[in-house]
Structure formats: structure tokens, C-alpha cells
Ligand binder design. Structure first.
Ligand code: NAP
Length: 320
């Protein structure tokens, strides 16, 4: 089968398309024929070798795939060959024609969701769900600012928050991204590339501030986020690419908090909750992953460059 293989950490060019043996599922494992694989920003940090999680080399990237069960190992009861699934992590990597996963790492993909959309479920929707329900403990009567609403996590957060009943502000840096954010659930949108946009957000709250910020670029925005919070407000730090100075007094005055977030640290109970919520939302049409750019698997290096550039518009996927 064809797979992307990384033999050394480095620039996007270390992503090599190679012919490798098709894996066989051991006991408790399944083999998934991957129809689409999601590209997440963390895939690029891991490939560069700068991420907290460093896989042993060589490795095939990708936790998020969607496809059909090809074969199952001994003892597998949850799925059978022919079932449509999305993956939430894999054993052998989703940037490939086939991927091994543990039985617990595959989840039923509702019929109304196609494979390209299914490749955008786990990290983006898992993150948005975990951030809103578990980290922020959001309530319907609250206001959330999705700071970076045009990308994978942002569009997922808009749909989930809209389903929960919150008042939603979303930001993007292009007119296409702003339109997308409006369409996917933001009540009001703001351009984060324009000076003064945080004043407009504060004005839109009537001076009260927002209850929750889901932050995609904390090294740029955290200081301003704290000033935008209402009493008891919380910033959930989802994305960060550097350092920033904050004034802790901005937190004290508001009895506010800035909370670190990582999807890697979820408990089994939280993960069960996340998949139950996501599958229900995908089934009933509340959650509709937005596929932006689709590239062939052979262009994984290009995908890794472009995912870090401005102008996000939904989820980027690779097609094996
Ligand atoms: P993505 O699809 O590449 O989208 C990136 C988003 O960031 C876009 O909406 C982009 O908007 C926005 N952005 C760019 N400049 C911004 C600014 N100055 N202020 C606010 N937003 C800005 O990425 P993603 O999958 O949504 O992930 C977003 C971030 O969260 C990434 O850094 C990722 O690594 C991180 N993340 C962390 C976890 C975790 O477990 N902690 C899980 C998932 C994701 P425009 O392109 O419209 O400017």
C-alpha cells in the first residue's frame, strides 16, 4: 500500500510517499481502508520534532482518518468488515491507504457524513466539544468568543456552541473565513487582522464582556482576551505558538481564569462522553464538518506548509 513515511524530523519535505507492506490486524485491532485523512496543525509540529509527543522513527503521521473496516483481528466485537468509521488516533498512522487502529480507536460514522467530513471529526470536534463541555463548562445563557473561527477547531466550536444555545462571536482573518464563520453559527463576526476589532467585540457585549474565549493563538491574543472577559470569565488556551506577557490583574478584577487545554490528557470517561456527543450531533445534523482544501496523499508536504498559513476555510484533508 501507499503511505507517507517520516524517517527523520524536519521540514515538510521529510514526508515521503512510499510503498510499504499492508499491515495485518492483531488481536483487538482493526484494519481501516482510509478514504480521507485529516491534516491537523499538530501533525506539523510532530513532524518537525518540536512537539511534546515524539513518535519513534520511522512513522506515518495522522490520527484522524475516515473509511471502511477492511479486516478485524481476533476478539474484535465493536465493528465488522464493511462498517463505516472515523478514527480517533491510530496504531500505524492515517496518512496511508490502510491504517491499523485499536478497536476502541474507531467509531461509527453516521451515513449522512461523507469520508472527507469524517476525516475532520476527531481532533477538531473532539477539541471543541471537550473545550466547551468539560473545560469551560459552558452554559446556554453564556457568550463565547471563538477566537479563530474559520479553521477546523473553530468551525466545529461554532456548530457545537450553537447547538448548546450560547451567544457566539467568531473571528477570522479573511472575508471568506468571516462568511464561513457566520454560516456555521456565529451570531456576529469580527476580523482579527483589523486593528481595534477587540473594541468592537466589547461594544457588541454592551461593555459586559464575554464569558468564554476559545483561543486558537494565545501567544498573540491572551493579553487582550483577559481584558474582554466578563466576571467569572474563562479563556481556554487551545492553540499557542510562542510567548506573551499578561497582566494578572486583568484576571483578578474579573475573578477570571486562563485554562490550559490538551486533548491528549482526556480521561476514558471524557472520551466516551465526547464520542457519544459527537456521533449524536453528526447523526442529527447539528454537526456538519466543513471540508476546505482536499489534496492527494502525495501532496502531504504541501498540506503541511499550507495548514500553517493564514486564510483557513474549514478542514484540510488528504485523499489516499
Ligand atoms: P486551522 O484549521 O489551521 O485554523 C487556524 C485558525 O487560527 C484559523 O481560524 C485562523 O484564522 C486562526 N487564526 C490565525 N491568526 C489568528 C489570530 N491572530 N487570532 C485568532 N485566530 C487566528 O487550525 P485548527 O485545527 O483549527 O487548530 C487551531 C489551533 O489549535 C492550532 O494552533 C492547533 O495546533 C491548536 N490545537 C490544539 C489542540 C490541543 O489539544 N491543545 C487541539 C487541536 C488544535 P484565519 O486563517 O482566518 O486568519
Amino acid at each position: 500500500m501507499k503511505a507517507i513515511v517520516v524517517h527523520e524530523f524536519g521540514a515538510p519535505e521529510v514526508l515521503k510517499l512510499e510503498e510499504v507492506p499492508r499491515p495485518q490486524p492483531a488481536a483487538g485491532q482493526v484494519l481501516v481502508r482510509i478514504h480521507a485523512a485529516g491534516v491537523n496543525p499538530y501533525d506539523t509540529y510532530m513532524r518537525a520534532g518540536t512537539y511534546a509527543v515524539k513518535p519513534p522513527l520511522p512513522y506515518t503521521p495522522g490520527s484522524d482518518g475516515a473509511g471502511v473496516i477492511e479486516a478485524v483481528g481476533a476478539g474484535v466485537k465493536k465493528v465488522k468488515p464493511g462498517d463505516r468509521v472515523y478514527t480517533a488516533r491510530t496504531v500505524s498512522g492515517a496518512y496511508a491507504e490502510y491504517a491499523l487502529a485499536l478497536e476502541d480507536q474507531v467509531h461509527s460514522l453516521p451515513a449522512r457524513i461523507d469520508f472527507t467530513q469524517g476525516a475532520g471529526v476527531w481532533v477538531p470536534y473532539g477539541t471543541a466539544y471537550h473545550a466547551l463541555f468539560h473545560s469551560a463548562e459552558a452554559h446556554a445563557s453564556e457568550t463565547v468568543l471563538v477566537h479563530g473561527a474559520s479553521g477546523g477547531v473553530g468551525t466545529a466550536a461554532l456548530q457545537i456552541a450553537r447547538g448548546m444555545g450560547l451567544m457566539i462571536f467568531g473571528t477570522a482573518g479573511t472575508s471568506k473565513g468571516l462568511e464561513l464563520a457566520k454560516r456555521e453559527g456565529a451570531h456576529q463576526v469580527f476580523d482579527h487582522s483589523k486593528p481595534g476589532y477587540t473594541d468592537e467585540i466589547m461594544k457588541a457585549t454592551g461593555g459586559r464582556g464575554v464569558d468564554i474565549v476559545l483561543e486558537m493563538l494565545a501567544n498573540v491574543n491572551l493579553s487582550n482576551d483577559l481584558k474582554l472577559l466578563a466576571l467569572n470569565g474563562r479563556v481556554i488556551i487551545i492553540g499557542n505558538r510562542g510567548e506573551i506577557t499578561i497582566n494578572p490583574r486583568d484576571l483578578m478584577l474579573r475573578r477570571a481564569s486562563a485554562r490550559g487545554f490538551t486533548l491528549w490528557a482526556i480521561t476514558p470517561a471524557e472520551e466516551a462522553d465526547i464520542h457519544a456527543g459527537l456521533i449524536a450531533g453528526l447523526e442529527n445534523g447539528t454537526l456538519r464538518p466543513v471540508v476546505g482544501k482536499q489534496l492527494p496523499l502525495s501532496e502531504a508536504a504541501r498540506a503541511h506548509k499550507e495548514i500553517l498559513e493564514p486564510g483557513a476555510a474549514g478542514k484540510m484533508v488528504l485523499i489516499p
